[in-house]
Design a protein around this ligand. Structure first.
Ligand code: AMP
Length: 199
C-alpha cells in the first residue's frame, strides 16, 4: 500500500551521506528535497540579501537564527510541489526548530511520516568531509569548521532524534556501505511504513 503522503526528514552528522541519499530517496518517491544548507548556499552564490546575511554564519559553521531558517522552510513547504510530500535535509536542526515545524504542519493537520537517521561513526564522517573539502572546495569545510559542526550536531541536533523516537517514527539506518546498499536499506524501512516508490 502506498501512503497518501511522504513527509520525510533525513538526519545524520555532516559527512553521513544524507545529502546523496536524500536525493535518491526523494527521486524514487517523486517528492522535492528541501535542504536548508542548499538554499543558504544558493543565496550566497547569487549574492542575495539573505546570502549576505548568512555568509559569515555558514563559514564559521554556526547555525543561522531559528526564526529566519523556519520562515524560509515554511515558504518552501507552502509551494504546490510539496503538497504530497517532501524530504527535509538539514532542518529541523534543534528542538526549537522541531516546534516551529510541528506548528506549521499542524495547521493543515499534517505531521512528519518518518525520520531516517543515518548512523555513521564520527571518524568516518570526518574522513568523508575532509575528502569533500578537497573535491568541492566548500569554504565551510575547514578542519576547524568541520569539528565545530560535528559538535553542534552532537549537542543540538542529536536531541531531536529522541523527540521523534518518542513518536515512533525514527528508522535508524546503518550508513556504512555502498551507496546502493544504503539506499536499499532506507527504501526497505520506508516500505515497511507503507511509504513505497512511486517512480
Ligand atoms: P548543511 O549543508 O546542512 O550542512 O548546512 C550548511 C550550513 O547551513 C550549516 O552549517 C548552518 O550554518 C546552515 N544551516 C543549514 N540548515 C540549518 C538549520 N536548519 N538551522 C540553522 N542553520 C542551518
Amino acid at each position: 500500500m502506498t501512503a497518501a503522503t511522504a513527509r520525510l526528514l533525513i538526519v545524520g552528522p555532516q559527512g553521513s551521506g544524507k545529502g546523496t541519499q536524500g536525493v535518491r530517496i526523494a527521486e524514487a518517491l517523486d517528492i522535492p528535497v528541501v535542504s536548508t544548507g542548499d538554499i543558504f548556499r544558493a543565496n550566497i552564490k547569487q549574492g542575495t540579501e539573505l546570502g549576505q546575511k548568512v555568509t559569515a554564519i555558514l563559514d564559521a559553521g554556526d547555525l543561522v537564527p531559528d526564526e529566519l531558517t523556519s520562515e524560509i522552510v515554511r515558504d518552501r513547504l507552502s509551494q504546490d510541489d510539496a503538497a504530497r510530500g517532501f524530504l527535509l535535509d538539514g532542518y529541523p536542526r534543534n528542538t526549537v526548530q522541531v516546534e516551529h515545524l510541528d506548528a506549521f504542519l499542524a495547521k493543515t493537520g499534517a505531521a512528519l511520516d518518518a525520520v531516517i537517521l543515518l548512523d555513521v561513526p564520527r571518524e568516518e564522517s570526518m574522513a568523508r568531509l575532509s575528502l569533500r573539502a578537497v573535491e568541492q572546495g566548500r569554504s565551510d569545510d575547514t578542519d576547524e569548521a568541520i569539528a565545530h559542526r560535528l559538535d553542534i550536531y552532537e549537542n543540538e541536533t542529536a536531541p531531536i532524534i529522541s523527540v521523534y523516537a518518542e513518536r515512533g517514527i525514527v528508522d535508524r539506518i546503518d550508513g556504512v556501505g555502498s551507496l546502493d546498499e544504503i539506499t536499499a536499506r532506507i527504501s526497505d524501512a520506508l516500505a515497511a511504513r507503507g511509504i513505497a516508490q512511486r517512480v
